[in-house]
Design a protein around this ligand. Structure first.
Ligand code: MOS
Length: 745
């Protein structure tokens, strides 16, 4: 039995054993009866039209059930209507097999359905497609002159546009004692979760579907299928109990879902469509981005002018926006700012949120510019951050609900040994290697949305709680169980959190680091409402010792309702069930931020990152020897799963700084390294001494739990801290990502 309180304990993931023993089932692993297998054919050109698509040879093979193309695809409801999923940018959602038009390289153009996956894949290669090619462009740098403001769509409160200019940037910059102007380039990246995108559709008759989908939002996929195929919501159930990594790739319904449902409805059969690794590069990515910064400061290091412009890529059909340039004035109290974000539409698929979308891109530029300013002013980079410290978000003038970033700087620096740094570049050596120390700040939003939760308690005091949220590997199941445990005063063993099913009460997509702050309060509220119900029944028991008590005067502990002021006065919850002749009781609650209150303060999580690199100039190697990230993110429910989130983000930061990039050959409009052999990510040898520190941060404003969210903050400050450490080691300032050794020569 685990001890109470559960919150704060480093409890192992409740589904951990299932995951490491292979009994956890992923969406492509449900072996239902009479299953058919689909394999997707993708366009080999980038732009143009399909002139003809010849499936005759493929159809001749035994075991081929159907080949669906734009010519014979069954009509779907949505071709007549505009439907936007929960993470859709302004524009028109891509419609697979709509017509013969090719919009991007790798676009799905046909689905082969066969008795086996292998047959389907083999047959797919026998399909002959003749195209009429048209001119295209996929080159961001070559087209940056065409950058324009993004179209406005449904205003997404999660993706605020750049704030309006403040003060007079031009004048203030001109007058600045120290000025830094820099350009940054940032490559394309793909999410590459371990689990391939897959959907298994169980045809339950009469257009009723049970769907196992790889997704970060069961209700998002359910709404998509119901709208696109004109089905009743109640006839579409989407389930995703295990998700083998999301990182944003599952925030939108992907085309394998469309394909599998289309085939299932047409054939009235169970169908599974699984993508392969190369196909994982055909539905969204972190966009390449060009940035320019101009920061001006006075002789004491106080920032007085900041310009930050980003030019990002988007598709021809949607305007993908992310928050790239808003961060400098959220972090630093700078009074004269000009912040701009523009897009260049190119012949690619729409970019897609990828861990800390925009933040990890923008903070790279901001925090390198700050380092350059520190060198120019001969001020220690950490000192420069402290000189420009503020408890207020300069954008709105609002105070942060909590901001323990100063503690992050201090504890991080202490743990890392920042004071041992000799500021002179190329001054620190270990053997024949150059050693560099670099630091950077991280920031991410602390958002919260609406969620609902249902709770059922049975007379043996076992509890089930339901919510449609997924667990993309972050520990959601474990953390929600901990929250319920404390609220009910019952051990986690007695609580079952049921989740990842669209039939359960509402949860938004799992992303943006807002899951615990959104679903957590719903779970807490459901438990409270159960407690209130039990308390009201306790009061009216015959000779109840709690007859005169008020709800706030009692606690719930191990199956008893106890008077706080006299712990001997209590009522057994089991007795309440018995005397009321109840087998079980159930209630559902909604939790959302109070709209009148929520906007009164600025809300963000912060981090301070310290990195040591070694550069071997003879062998051409850059190694991140150690890194410390100190995080202020409110209450940490589970230090173990939280640490994993931060370490995972830090490793991704190493990857972003030194390894990963999808290379697009602009002559073909095609990603050339769509595989894990050539898409480089860190291996064990690249991941050395990493440490995450959680700084104590009390926040009773964001929600009653005081949680803010830690999914994205781990990655944000790492790339600039690494780039700054490389500068310190070598004296070379590299402004693009990823950094390869040849740029240091
Ligand atoms: Mo995250 S990019 O919000 O899954």
């Amino acid at each position: 039995m685990t001890k109470l309180p559960s919150i704060g304990q480093p409890i192992n993931r409740l589904e951990g054993v299932q995951k490491v023993t292979g009994t956890a089932k992923y969406s492509g692993e449900y072996n239902v009866d009479n299953l058919l297998y689909g394999y997707v054919v993708n366009s080999t050109i980038t732009k143009g039209k399909i002139k003809s698509i010849d499936t005759a040879e493929a159809e001749k093979l035994d075991g081929i059930i159907s080949i669906l193309t734009h010519e014979n695809q069954p009509s779907t409801a949505w071709f007549d209507l505009q439907y936007a999923d929960m993470d859709a940018p302004p524009g028109t959602v891509f419609k697979p097999l709509k017509d013969n038009e090719i919009k991007y390289n790798g676009q799905p153009i046909a689905l082969v359905v066969a008795e086996t996956f292998e047959m389907a894949r083999y047959a797919a290669h026998l399909i002959k497609v003749v195209y009429t090619e048209e001119e295209f462009s996929t080159d961001l740098s070559g087209n940056k002159g065409k950058a324009r403001e993004p179209k406005k769509g449904l205003a997404s409160m999660l993706k605020p546009p750049p704030p309006k200019p403040k003060g007079d940037f031009g004048k203030a910059y001109q007058a600045s004692f120290a000025k830094i102007e820099s350009d940054f380039t940032h490559g394309t990246e793909h999410h590459n979760p371990m689990e391939m995108f897959a959907t298994t559709v169980v045809y339950e008759g009469k257009e009723k579907l049970k769907i196992y989908d790889k997704t970060q939002g069961t209700i998002n996929s359910q709404m998509y299928v119901a709208n696109v195929f004109g089905l009743k919501m109640k006839n579409v159930q989407v389930i995703a109990p295990f998700v083998g990594g999301g990182f944003g790739s599952g925030l939108r319904p992907q085309y394998q879902l469309f394909m599998a449902v289309m085939a299932s409805l047409k054939l009235k059969r169970n169908v599974r469509v699984t993508l392969d690794r190369a196909q994982m590069y055909t539905f969204g990515h972190r966009p390449p981005t060009l940035q320019t910064t101009k920061f001006g400061a006075d002789e004491n290091g106080k920032l007085n002018a900041a310009y930050h412009k980003a030019i990002g890529e988007t598709s021809q059909f949607e305007d993908y926006v992310e928050t790239v340039v808003n961060w400098a004035q959220m972090l630093y109290p700078v009074e004269n700012t000009l912040l701009e974000h523009e897009l260049v539409p190119l012949d690619v698929y729409s970019p897609l949120d990828m861990r800390a979308p925009g933040g990890s891109t923008g903070m790279h530029a901001i925090e390198i510019t700050m380092d350059e300013l520190a060198y120019k002013l001969k001020i220690d980079p950490l000192e420069l951050r402290l000189i420009n410290y503020s408890d207020i978000d300069t954008t709105s003038g609002k105070e942060y609900s909590s901001k323990e970033l100063k503690e992050c700087y201090l504890q991080g620096a202490e743990s890392f040994g920042w004071k041992n740094r000799n500021p002179e570049p190329r001054s620190m050596k270990r053997g024949n290697k150059l050693v560099g120390y670099g630091m950077a700040t991280g920031i991410w939003e602390a958002n919260r949305l609406l969620a609902r939760a249902e709770i059922t308690m049975t007379k043996d005091l076992k509890v089930e709680i339901k919510n449609a949220v997924t667990d993309i590997g972050t520990g959601t199941l474990t953390v929600m169980t901990q929250i319920a445990s404390d609220e009910l005063g019952l051990p986690i063993e007695d609580i079952t959190f049921l989740y990842a099913d669209s039939k359960m009460p509402f949860a938004p997509i799992q992303g943006g680091s807002f899951t615990v702050a959104t679903v957590g309060p719903a779970v807490q509220e459901a438990c409270r409402s159960m407690n209130k119900r039990l308390f009201n029944k306790a009061k009216v028991l015959k000779n109840s010792p709690l007859a005169k008590a008020k709800f706030k005067e009692v606690i719930f502990d191990q199956g008893f309702i106890i008077l706080k002021s006299d712990l001997n006065v209590k009522v057994s919850v089991k007795q309440i069930f018995e005397e009321n002749n109840l087998k079980a009781t159930q209630t559902t609650s909604t939790a959302m931020p109070n709209p009148l209150r929520h906007g009164k303060k600025a809300r963000a999580v912060h981090s301070a990152v310290f990195v040591e690199v070694e550069v071997d100039e003879e062998l051409g190697m850059i190694e991140v020897k150690r890194a410390v990230t100190a995080v202020a993110a409110g209450k940490i429910i589970n230090p173990k799963t939280a640490e994993s989130q931060i370490l995972g983000g830090m490793i991704w930061g190493i990857s972003k700084a030194l390894h990963e990039e999808t290379i697009l050959d602009n002559r073909f409009g095609k990603y050339m390294n769509a595989n894990l052999a050539e898409y480089h990510i860190p291996v064990h040898a690249d991941v050395q001494d990493l440490k995450a520190i959680f700084v104590k941060e009390d926040d009773n404003f964001v929600n009653d739990l005081g949680v803010k969210g830690i999914g994205e903050i781990g990655i944000v400050g790492m790339p600039p801290a690494i780039a700054n450490a490389i500068f310190h080691a070598t004296g070379r300032r590299i402004h693009n990502l990823p950094i390869h050794f040849d740029q240091l020569i």
